[in-house]
Design a protein around this ligand. Structure first.
Ligand SMILES: *Cc1c(COP(=O)(O)O)cnc(C)c1O
Length: 389
């Protein structure tokens, strides 16, 4: 039997055949005319996908964590105050990175796992000191909690903070409009809703972020991340000219160009709608299967993934049983609840068929694990949601 497992984790996700084929093209020089054209065009496409005509994209070899590192390295100077809105594991990581570059970090945490800090708490904190920068994790992949980026970005901006959004689990899946929402920097990685194998860190910096970088008094503390090195490279590719700082991952950039073309061909509004429709269908199914979600209120739930607690009597062995059935889901990540829940990513090229296969596999696994559900309960709910019922 062929390896036909379905990869339903919150990144890497299933990729389209066209994207995967691009990975197998003969590798060109990073200054070949056709590659320069592809890289330049990918930069144009990123501006459209981030809704940021004013933004400066950076595409470098690395994972999402490198994109976080790049944001902090270039925007933070020692002693700058940073406010981290804490919704889980990845917000905690941002606080660590910011401190590494000398920021004085205040972290406002959710009162409980699965919740988000209240608007009032965040506002009170912003009023309590002068913050240079505020970070938001759009979707915290460890909890499935999504924050209201639009409202929080507005709040941060009104208090004079640069607004930085970790969109690794959201860009090209969740609605996010960088310029219109006043976000100064959005970062992501290739392997989640962007639909490209792991290996690209992607950052779009707005004019206020670039200005903060330009007026720095201290050199950037990371040689590899320094925008002084990367800005001329991005500008050169955009002007369709050769340039070199560090060799770009040629095949990944090729694949990125294909994926960005597919995203724009689908259309951003249609893409947001597909993600939210498939997410609701999946969540209807998990509710019908009486699986409680980690986010404690419906308005906190992400559309790119679903995080659910195991029912009584079922443990993390659930994930390997799912894999035996051909559907790969992810275990827990948040240290406080790690063995008690699992996560399903449904973003990027995800289809109705993927959702139904996953729901079916969850039902079968729950039944095998001795849960007293009726076969079909979850699938019925998903089908009803998908047909608008
Ligand atoms: C996956 C993820 C990251 C880290 O990305 P890597 O590519 O694993 O380094 C950071 N933030 C969020 C919200 C993520 O989902």
């Amino acid at each position: 039997m062929k390896n036909r497992s379905l990869l339903m984790i919150p990144g890497p996700v299933e990729f389209t055949p066209e994207v995967l084929s691009a990975m197998a093209l003969p590798t060109t020089s990073h200054v070949a005319a056709n590659f320069i054209e592809v890289f330049g065009d990918a930069i144009d496409r990123l501006r459209k996908i981030f809704f940021s005509p004013a933004g400066q994209p950076f595409v470098v070899a690395g994972s999402g964590t490198l994109a976080m590192d790049m944001a902090a390295a270039n925007l933070v100077e020692p002693g700058d105050r940073a406010l981290v809105v804490g919704t889980g594991y990845f917000s905690d990581r941002f606080a660590v990175i910011l401190r590494r570059y000398g920021a004085v970090v205040t972290q406002v945490n959710a009162p409980a796992v699965g919740d988000a800090p209240s608007l009032e708490t965040i506002e009170r904190t912003l009023e309590s000191a002068s913050f240079t920068l505020m970070t938001l994790t759009h979707v915290d992949t460890s909890t499935g909690v999504r924050v209201d980026v639009r409202t929080l970005a507005d709040l941060g901006k009104r208090h004079g903070a640069l607004v930085v959004v970790d969109g690794v689990c959201s860009v090209a899946g969740e609605e996010l409009r960088q310029d219109a929402w006043g976000i100064d920097l959005v970062l992501t990685a290739s392997q989640k809703a962007m639909g490209v194998p792991p290996g690209l860190a992607i950052v779009v910096a707005g004019p206020r972020a670039m200005e903060k970088f330009r007026v720095r008094n201290h050199p950037v503390g990371s040689y590899y991340c320094d925008w002084k090195e990367w800005l001329p490279i991005m500008e050169a590719y955009e002007a369709r000219k050769p340039a070199y700082f560090g060799t770009p991952p040629v095949n990944l950039v090729w694949a990125l160009h294909i994926s960005l073309g597919q995203i724009l061909a689908e259309g951003m509004e249609a893409r947001f709608l597909r993600h939210s429709k498939l997410s609701s269908a999946f969540k209807s199914a998990t509710s019908a299967l009486r699986l409680r979600q980690v986010p404690i209120r419906p308005e906190l739930t992400a559309t790119t993934l679903t995080a659910c607690y195991y029912p009584e009597g079922i443990d993390a062995g659930f994930v390997s049983r799912m894999a035996e059935g051909g559907v790969i889901v992810a275990g827990g990540l948040h240290p406080e609840i790690r063995p008690r829940y699992f996560r399903v990513g449904h973003m990027g090229a995800v289809t109705e068929a993927d959702i139904l296969s996953t729901v079916g596999a969850i039902e079968r696994t729950l039944i095998r694990c001795g849960s007293g559900i009726e076969p079909g309960e979850g699938l019925r709910a998903a089908l009803a949601a998908l047909s608008g019922g």
